[in-house]
Design a binder for this molecule. Sequence first.
Ligand code: ASP
Length: 320
Amino acid sequence: MVKAAIAIHGGAGAIARASMSAEKEQAYIQALSDIVSRGQAMLAEGRSALDAVTEAVRLLEECPLFNAGKGAVFTHAGTHELDASVMDGRTLEAGAVAGVSRIRNPVLAAREVLAHSPHVLLIGEGAEKFAAERGLERVAPDFFSTDERREQLERALASEQVLLDHDGAAQSSGDPLDPDRKFGTVGAVALDLAGDLAAATSTGGMTNKQAGRVGDSPVIGAGCYANNANVAVSCTGTGEVYMRTLAAYDIAALMAYAGLSLKEATDRVIMEKIPAFGGSGGLIAIDREGNIALPFNSEGMYRGYGYVGDAPNVGIYRQQ
Ligand code: ASP
């Protein structure tokens, strides 16, 4: 009997307790629970893990609380450049887009690449054109902008920092995780009733990033990976370090070649390998037996999971 389940994340980072508001915290908890519930319902209906992770990430993109789709961070140039990926553990087919700014839901474009392109990763104008041809909704680039993200860019420009880790300036947005010191990437992993695994990841990247910079999120094996042989993984954190360590694929490799359990493999990568290169963040993973791991080495990570038939579990901080 397969333990079908879905897990999601909305980014990892530092906790700004002083500026935390109960309302904002509740908004995050509610959004995470609603999206886990939707994924659970889809899996219960017999929908595929691939459909469940695509829909969960689409909903996370639509929610302005998270740095993906609407609510995405700004580049140094004051623009948005979005990246997304999706992978099917059953076939090892994958699709991704990078540096797009007019596709409402980058994860849907990634899914179209998976299903209807001989390629795996499309970037910029070519990706926009492909998505338009596939009938995906286009928006004006400022559709993704929010006042909070613009203020974040202004703080980053004033302090001359690329806000990719715990270097952020003080702020007072009421966000449970300090928005200047968190990773806002979103992702989902799932195991369906047929025993298939899938993963999806989507991001606006890093505040004040150089135009043209691409992180780990759309890179298969770095920020996203799924293989029915063992595991599905979606990452959030210092993209450059996740790329250099092939973090998502490393989980699968440690399980396949070194015989590590899901917990051992995810702890090795998040608590040892990523910090060894100065990286921080977390990931979510589900193995083919339905075990779930949600490790992070930052102070918190927006996260949630739910087995079919159970209530959703969601969390933000280290101790819930
Ligand atoms: N990993 C993402 C990137 O480097 C950032 C994040 O997780 O928020 O683009």
